[in-house]
Design a protein. Structure first.
Length: 235
């Protein structure tokens, strides 16, 4: 149980790092555009071409002079301003890298790219919250098992009927060696019990109590014991 809880916390920590990295990347891109606007070199520019829907892309090609050369840069549009070829704009470029350019009105950040970046961050954050919730649950079960110890018995995994919500966690019918019968419901987890339904009366140990119950099968997907989180089922 200690190892399961430790792995759960390690997974939560990993997703926390992924979430933090994703947020830092998004904020870094936004900050980079603001920094370029504040510190870049401003020169007159001309709109060369315009991409608008229904092409699915929003950008303008602008030409400007930098270091004695006429350069052309593609700037992703973030505003709803209308552009026409030949229109004059103010270009802001990085003196150390003139190809890195934007205009005073357009930050050069792709709406689609930023949208996907925010979605990616949101998914990573959701995974972290799910993993953290699971880690808290395993820690609570670990403490419960330390209080109650293990009771030896057998268990039969019974699939729950399907409902409009999809596949439901199975029931665990546990009969303890002392003769007591306990009916539990598996908790949605990566430690699921559906694959254990093949045989009846599997050797198990029952630990914890109430919503912090654990059914420890003698064998899971290999020879090692396999812990399934569970709650006492309502009658």
């Amino acid at each position: 149980m200690r190892a399961v809880a430790s792995r759960a916390w390690a997974l939560a920590a990993l997703w926390c790092l992924v979430s933090a990295g994703g947020l830092a990347a998004v904020l870094g891109v936004l900050h980079s555009a603001d920094t370029l606007l504040a510190t870049g070199t401003r020169v007159p520019g001309t709109v060369v071409s315009v991409a608008t829907p229904p092409k699915g892309m929003r950008w303008i090609d602008v030409s400007f002079r930098a270091d004695g050369r006429v350069l052309t840069a593609r700037v992703d549009r973030s505003s709803r301003a209308a552009y026409t070829p030949g229109q004059r704009v103010t270009v802001v470029f990085d003196p150390a890298d003139p190809a890195r350019a934007r205009t005073t009105a357009e930050d050069g950040l792709s709406e689609n790219g930023l949208g996907f970046a925010w979605i990616g961050f949101g998914l990573a954050l959701l995974c972290f919250l799910v993993a953290a919730t699971g880690a808290v649950g395993w820690s609570r079960r670990f403490r419960a098992v330390r209080r109650t110890g293990w009771q030896e018995g057998t268990a039969t995994v019974v699939l729950a009927p399907r409902t409009g919500r999809g596949v439901n966690p199975p029931y665990l019918h546990v009969r303890l060696r002392a003769g007591e019968a306990v009916r539990l419901r598996a908790v949605p987890s990566t430690h699921g019990a559906r694959f254990l339904r093949t045989y009846t009366d599997r050797p198990v140990w029952l630990g914890g109590t109430g919503s912090a119950s654990v059914v420890l099968f003698r064998h899971g997907r290999g020879d090692a014991p396999y812990a399934v989180p569970a709650v006492v089922a309502r009658s």
